[in-house]
Design a protein. Structure first.
Length: 733
């Protein structure tokens, strides 16, 4: 499957979004499609060998809309399109408002009995002004109606076009065929003006919902200073290639992902990770494009550029999330599919009822009441209720270093009642350190010799524990020479190493490994258990088939793990630790972190099975991990959360990524999910209740069409404005 994001233009309401989505889902090769009205983005999973992107775009074109591949649109172009669209709406609104102003005076005269200029009351003048508003300012509604009906459906444009046309053509007929009959040009002109005002305000508000994406895009510098042939050259960012050396001066944004080759500084990573304090960086450290070099000159060798950079991937994840659909939206989608036909039916019934009850002499009343029904109905509010909140919520998360891959995960997270934490690299630092070296009686006083021989044996191993032993030996033994080669060497995965060095036969590994080679360690069991109870992984050293020493390697807690566990518990959520480590070590680490529920000695392949076992009991589980071995469990959990300092595979398998690896971010992620779901429910309630009350009131003849138009515009604006309140949601630091 391939995921394609398309920018859709021409959508005005939920019916439009439903039309586009249904046209895509009918295509062979499409697995899933979701259209986000607020973002104007279609997210499509499809088989590329069955359905090309060009065919997708063509299908959307047949439905009456235009589409472009989002990844192919430059960030500046997206902003420019949004700016031009807003300007166009503003110009159209101004044009309509100026020509409608005389009709506003006419309406006020009905209430205040104002002395009107005779010119304003002239039917010819009113006809000219109303015609300009109807067919120039109202042109987008007619164009949208034509495209929608041509595509075999009806949207909000159809409702507006029919409603305003009814009032306009009724008044036009009165001018030419029934002189002296009251005119209602003010209804059509004021309706169009108020609806355009609502659309303009809605566009302003929607632009604010996408500020997070815009802010992320602005992090990417336009140029970079390269060293080529010994000279400094400023080039456009798209010309930078992997392997190029880039110079970053104090105060400048880092243009690429790469490794520092020269210089040291503190780098402000707040816009990427949400971490407020700058991070010290020295040669050999990795830096991320879009972050800020606070002082000192850095030279960085580019390792990821363009679409492969971390910033580009963050933007892609946020765009995908904002183009996704939360399951709570399904009800609104179903209603939107039937909404316009139902409203047209109600409007027809309203016209017929009032014509029948009032008689043909009161045709105007029938027309006005039917018009009120058509314009008060607002599928936009329903269509915007969920996506507007998802856009603001995921954007708010990105600003705080919490990347959510889709609306469904933001929705699921608020239901979580159990959080599973992997131990190594998640609760602990994932960087074991040599904590102690104990010599048995026979080798008393020879701890340095035991450690030196162990380091000689372990220097070829890539295992984290082996590296900790070698590093510990280098730190503790002055002038340690590790350059000599062993006579024999063999590594046994998961157990240890066999080595012959300097005439000694060495066995270094776990308890089972030594026992398999006939070495009796029973008398050392109390010492082993004591180290394990303190949270150490024990490594045994045998010299010439005799147990010589025990080394304790400890993986210490991350700085904020204990605080993170407690704050998760404070939300009423159970915390479990799952690890492949031995039970004693696991229990020691769990005790330090404040975790009571522990699943220890669970192999990587079994972690996902443990998650499923508890899911079958009705629990909603979030799994938090950082390693390749966590990927199956991350994918199996209801919500998989990867710490961003972990492997790419874990991040890819997860649904949410904590960019800076700080477990405390789990709590604001849950808080954000809960706040977003509350916001969505509020939006859906008001969107539905507005239509449930407004349509019957209009049908009963109790709502002036102009007021109905104002209410319709206000309903969409209020939904987006409510979603924007999420920007002020207080999240735990």
């Amino acid at each position: 499957m391939e995921k394609t994001l398309l920018k859709i233009e021409g959508m005005h309401c939920a019916a439009c979004a439903a039309r586009v989505e249904n046209s895509i889902k009918k295509l062979d090769g499409v697995k899933e499609a979701a259209v986000n009205l607020a973002a104007g983005i279609a997210s499509i999973e499809h088989l590329p060998d069955q359905l090309s992107v060009e065919e997708l775009i063509e299908s959307i074109s047949h439905a009456g809309y235009t589409a472009r591949v989002l990844a192919d649109i430059a960030p500046e172009s997206l902003e420019e399109v949004a700016r031009l669209e807003l300007q166009q709406k503003k110009r159209l609104l101004f044009f309509s408002a100026v020509l409608s102003f005389p009709f506003l005076i006419t309406m006020l005269d009905n209430f205040l009995n104002l002395p009107l200029p005779s010119l304003v009351a002239e039917p010819a003048v009113q006809t000219a002004l109303a015609s300009a508003v109807q067919f120039v300012a109202g042109a987008p509604f007619y164009i949208g109606s034509y495209r929608s009906l041509k595509g075999g459906s009806a949207n909000m444009d159809v409702l507006v076009a029919i409603g305003t046309s009814a009032a306009y053509f009724y008044s036009l007929a009165a001018v030419f065929f029934f002189p002296g009959t009251p005119l209602y040009f003010e209804v059509s002109t004021m309706l169009i003006t108020l609806i355009l005002l609502g659309k303009y305000l809605e566009a302003l508000a929607k632009n604010r919902t996408s500020e997070a994406i815009k802010n992320l895009m602005r992090l990417q510098p336009k140029t970079a200073i390269l060293i080529r042939s010994g000279l400094e050259t400023e080039v456009p960012i798209y010309e930078v290639e992997v392997g190029d050396t880039v110079i970053i001066r104090p105060g400048e944004r880092i243009p690429v992902d790469g490794e520092i080759t020269e210089g040291s500084s503190a780098v402000d990573e707040s816009m990427v990770t949400g971490e407020s304090l700058p991070v010290d960086k020295t040669p050999g450290d990795f830096v991320t494009g879009g972050t800020v070099n606070t002082f000192g000159i850095l030279k960085v060798r580019a390792s990821r550029v363009g679409k492969d950079s971390a910033l580009a991937q963050i933007i892609r994840i946020v765009q995908e999330a904002q183009g996704s659909k939360a399951p709570v939206q399904l009800l609104a989608d179903k209603v939107a599919g039937y909404f316009v036909p139902v409203v047209l039916t109600i409007a027809t019934a309203t016209f017929s009822y009032w014509l029948w009850s009032s008689g043909s002499e009161n045709l105007a009343k029938s027309v006005l009441n039917a018009t009120a029904v058509l314009v008060v109905a607002c599928p936009c509010a329903m269509g915007l209720a969920t996506p507007a909140s998802i856009m603001v919520g995921t954007g708010r998360g990105a600003e705080n270093g919490i990347l959510v891959k889709g609306g469904e995960y933001l929705e699921k997270l608020h239901k979580v009642d159990m959080v599973f934490l992997d131990k190594t690299g998640t609760i602990t630092r994932g960087e074991p350190e040599l904590a102690s070296v104990l010599a048995v009686k026979r080798f008393a006083g020879q701890e340095e010799k035991i450690l030196a021989l162990a380091a000689q044996a372990e220097k070829y191993s890539e295992h984290p524990i082996a590296r900790a032993i070698v590093k510990g030996a280098v730190d503790r033994i002055s002038n340690l020479d590790l350059s000599r080669e062993p006579e024999e060497f063999k590594a046994v995965p998961g157990k240890g190493v066999l080595c012959r060095f300097d005439g000694y036969s060495l066995l270094i590994g776990n308890k089972r490994f030594l026992e398999e080679h006939g070495i009796d360690i029973s008398c050392q069991q109390p010492a082993i258990e004591k180290l394990q109870a303190a949270g150490n992984t024990t490594v045994l050293v045998a010299i010439d088939q005799q147990i010589a020493g025990i080394m304790g390697v400890a993986d210490t807690l991350k700085e904020y793990s204990q605080e993170a566990v407690q704050t998760i518990k404070n939300l009423g959520i159970e915390v479990w630790m799952i690890t492949g480590d031995n039970r004693q070590t696991a229990m020691a680490i769990a005790s330090q972190a404040g975790i009571e529920n522990v699943l220890a000695e669970v192999p990587a392949a079994e972690k996902a099975r443990e998650v499923k076992r508890l899911q079958e009991k009705g629990h909603i589980i979030a799994m938090v991990g950082d390693g390749i071995n966590d990927a199956p469990a991350l994918a199996s959990a209801d919500v998989g959360i990867a710490v961003g300092t972990g492997t790419d595979i874990a991040v890819e398998a997860a649904n949410i990524t904590l960019m800076n690896g700080d477990l405390r971010k789990i709590v604001p992620a849950i808080q954000l999910s809960r706040a977003t779901m509350r916001n969505i429910k509020q939006n859906l309630f008001w969107a539905f209740i507005y239509n449930i009350i407004g349509i019957p009131v209009a049908a009963a003849g109790m709502l002036n069409p102009v007021m109905a138009g104002a209410a319709m515009g206000l309903s969409s604006v209020s939904v987006v404005a409510n979603a924007l309140r999420l920007k002020r949601t207080r999240l735990s630091s």
